[in-house]
Write a protein that binds this ligand. Structure first.
Ligand code: ZN
Ligand code: ZN
Ligand code: FE
Length: 754
């Protein structure tokens, strides 16, 4: 007879973990107990050594659907009293940090009940159990029980209470459980869903409340419905995500490989960016893109809509205006979306925090988040360097906050563009809730170094109001650190980070964005960068690739030939721009990689004006083809011991290729290739000089799959270890995590307002 104590931490509460432990203990005829405690679950088992061995195996190999075991520690128990049975201990007093699971797609067992006319939950779309349903978005505080969710206003009926209290039931302690008798409901019931399905078939735009907020839905195969949605939402070209009725339908519109299938069907049910296949989807769903974002139905509401005959492919876009947070409340939705939606599908299960759909894609057969939100948040991320309890607010675009208890970090859901006041309000509410549920009393707040960001200013004021410290972290260093954290990279091991994005405030006060940084969490030396250029109008130029092209041509000393597409597109602006560049008035100096992509995209006549961030680069990547690849070169120069990638030579060659009528597809491919070759060459030289053997790819530019895969291939060929993002987005959505890591290592700086 052996006795063993086991501690399990991770996402093990509120996911049916204790009844699962009781079941596998019974299978091995073990006695003992399982209980929730402050940081996870504690277990005691008594039995034969082999039985305990098998129990431990089951524990780790077949945990419940939503569980995520992060640590498992065992210790032998000497001279313990041997109990007669195995019991699930109620531990009402345990009020420690409870890992709240993310929201989860409705499970197969619930769907079966929902489709069974004899089941009491027949056609009940807000169905949920221990394995599925909303979690994070309905949590209002701690401890995680029904009283601290928005389900508190729906007292359980007798049959539901019996299930809730029965360890053998699939609904044992399932906080969102409900039924048509006692639970929340769709306004207008099933009839409303049937009518909504018909409205969608007839070309209407319907606002549908789901798990994390409202979607705006329309028939994705109907170009006029899609055009109407674009016009009403004031959305130019930005791609819409679509929801496919089932996997077969998804396969008709996109190339779905095994990794994508697994991702589409995962409990997180994210939007997966896939290579598009044919014209089943209206062209105006994702204009200029060779990819399309697809998800599968993940709530009972979606399933019922399809079963009631909604079109098999629906545009499902966040119910918001531009980059504001997604609407969550019926009154708010009616007020803000009434000009867009023809009708509404409401339900009365309140959403406490908004959560957009997460967006992922597959890079080298591994999922990479582009937007980390519903279904993923609030998973904890262990920090390699401990520090005080802190809050970080990210930068400005695609903002997500991060809080840390010093040992772990929690990156919030995607919040939006914090240049917007409404978004700052959600940022505040998110930080408050995350701090409460993870028991973080922040001792400091960290922001981007940019003196003009609203989020930096907000952090400064927050620090004043709460009497805590405010620090700032350089943008590209934060990108680098976010990548290192997710790879659990050792603090004393240097890495070469290729930190490429659109905009980040540099240590010299100029705008950086094409940076080679050598170092780690604490320090990052700028060992290389793209050649700086003068950019007229600064941030305003980000909306006009035309201007980036003109500025790059000017800097390269290339004549503004009107046969070049951006020059002809400039028209009346040519003189103003030329005089700005000549005098340097209203120009900023930048090494931005994003602006280089913009310039090339404009030069090739692919994109002159953008409607969403990254559009010019996305359309350029979509056009690239190796069939007629044009060889191009991005030479490496050196200035004061720093490598400079001579974009001027590259731009001049591209301009010449355009004048020579070279194929656009081939120049686009040649450009990506030149960049990959030059960066690899830079890494090799820096290895000779500094001995660095690992290269990290981070920043929004690495949402570019072509560049990422080419560069990674070349670096691997040169025997480098290569780090790419798998856990947090390469774009600014992952930045707050890096800010915390840099601050913990002592690499943050004081912030100075503009
Ligand atoms: Zn379920
Ligand atoms: Zn009930
Ligand atoms: Fe960035």
């Amino acid at each position: 007879m052996t006795s063993l104590g086991i501690r399990v931490t991770g996402t093990v509460q509120g996911v049916g973990f204790r009844p699962f432990v009781a079941r596998i203990a019974a299978r091995q005829a073990l006695t003992g107990f399982v209980a929730n405690d402050a940081a996870g679950v504690s277990i005691e088992v008594h039995g034969s050594e082999q039985a305990i061995e098998r129990f431990l195996h089951d524990l780790q190999t077949h945990p419940p659907r939503l569980a995520d075991i992060q640590r498992l520690v065992t210790r032998p128990l000497e001279g313990a009293a041997i109990p007669e049975a195995f019991e699930i201990k109620e531990s009402e007093q345990a009020v420690g940090r409870t890992a709240i699971p993310p929201d989860t797609a409705v499970c197969e067992a619930c769907l079966e009940e929902m489709r069974d006319p004899r089941d009491r939950r027949y056609r009940y779309p807000l169905i949920a159990c221990t394995d599925c349903g909303p979690r994070f978005t309905i949590t209002t505080g701690l401890p995680y029980d029904r009283e601290h969710t928005t389900m508190a206003e729906f007292p359980l009926c007798k049959p539901c209470r019996i299930e809730y209290q029965d360890p053998r039931s699939r609904r044992y302690h399932a906080q969102p459980t409900a039924c048509p008798e006692c639970g929340p409901e769709i306004d207008g019931g099933d009839e409303r869903l049937q009518r909504a399905a018909r409205e969608l078939r007839e070309g209407s735009i319907v606002a549908i409340k789901g798990i994390g907020g409202y979607h705006l839905a329309c028939n994705a195969a109907d170009p006029s419905a899609v055009a109407k949605l674009r016009a009403r939402k004031g959305r130019g070209d930005k791609p819409f995500a679509i929801m496919a009725r089932d996997l077969q339908t998804a396969e008709r519109v996109a190339q779905v490989d095994d990794s994508s299938t697994a991702l589409l069907r995962s409990p997180a049910a994210p939007i997966v960016v896939l290579r598009s296949r044919d014209e089943t989807v209206a062209r105006n769903v994702a204009p200029g893109n060779d990819t399309v974002g697809v998800m599968l139905p993940y709530s009972g509401i979606h399933h019922l809509l399809f079963e009631h005959g909604a079109p098999p492919l629906l545009v499902m876009t966040s119910g918001n205006l531009s980059d504001e947070p997604i609407c969550t409340d019926p009154a708010e939705a009616e007020a803000r979306l009434s000009e867009i939606a023809d009708s509404f599908v409401h339900h009365n299960r309140s959403i406490y925090l908004p959560c957009d759909d997460s967006v992922l894609r597959i890079v080298t057969e591994t999922p990479q988040p582009i937007r980390r939100s519903r279904g993923i948040v609030p998973a904890p991320l262990p920090l390699p360097v401990d520090g005080p309890m802190s809050i970080a607010v990210g930068a400005e675009l695609k903002a997500a906050a991060c809080i840390s208890d010093g040992e772990y970090a929690w990156l919030s859901q995607h919040i939006g563009d914090t240049a917007d006041v409404e978004t700052l309000r959600v940022l505040q509410e998110t930080i408050d809730l995350l701090c409460e549920i993870e028991r973080v009393g922040a001792e400091r707040i960290i922001s981007d170094l940019h003196p003009g960001y609203l989020s930096s200013r907000w952090a400064y004021e927050y620090a004043q109001a709460h009497g805590i410290e405010h620090l700032a972290v350089q943008h590209h260093h934060a990108h680098m650190a976010s990548l290192l954290v997710e790879h659990d990279y050792a603090p004393d091991e240097p890495v070469l980070a290729i930190s490429f994005d659109g905009t980040g405030y540099g240590l010299d006060g100029s705008i950086w964005g094409g940076e080679l940084l050598l170092g780690s969490y604490r320090e990052a030396e700028r060992v290389g960068h793209l050649a700086p250029i003068a950019l007229p109008g600064g941030d305003a130029a980000t909306k006009h690739p035309t201007r980036s092209a003109a500025a790059h041509l000017h800097s390269a000393g290339v004549q503004w030939d009107p046969r070049l597409p951006p020059i002809s597109a400039l028209g009346d602006d040519t003189r103003i721009l030329a005089s700005m560049l000549a005098s340097g008035a209203s120009c900023v100096t930048t090494t931005s990689a994003g602006r280089l992509f913009d310039a090339v995209s404009a030069l090739l006549g692919v994109c002159q004006e953008i409607d969403y961030e990254g559009q010019a680069a996305i359309e350029l990547e979509a056009r690239a083809s190796d069939r007629q690849a044009v060889p191009l070169d991005l030479p490496l120069l050196e200035a004061d011991g720093v490598l400079v990638l001579d974009s001027g030579t590259l731009i001049a060659a591209i301009a010449q290729a355009v004048l020579d009528d070279a194929p656009i597809e081939g120049v686009a491919a040649g450009f990506h290739d030149a960049l990959a070759r030059a960066l690899t060459e830079a890494a090799v030289r820096l290895r000779e000089r500094h001995g660095v053997r690992t290269v990290g790819l981070t920043g929004g530019v690495f949402a570019n799959r072509l560049l990422t895969e080419r560069l990674r291939g070349r670096l691997v060929h040169e025997d480098f270890g290569v780090l790419v993002h798998r856990v947090v987005p390469p774009n600014d959505g992952g930045l707050a995590l890096g800010q915390v890591a840099v601050a913990n290592a002592g690499g943050a700086r004081p912030w100075r307002p503009a």
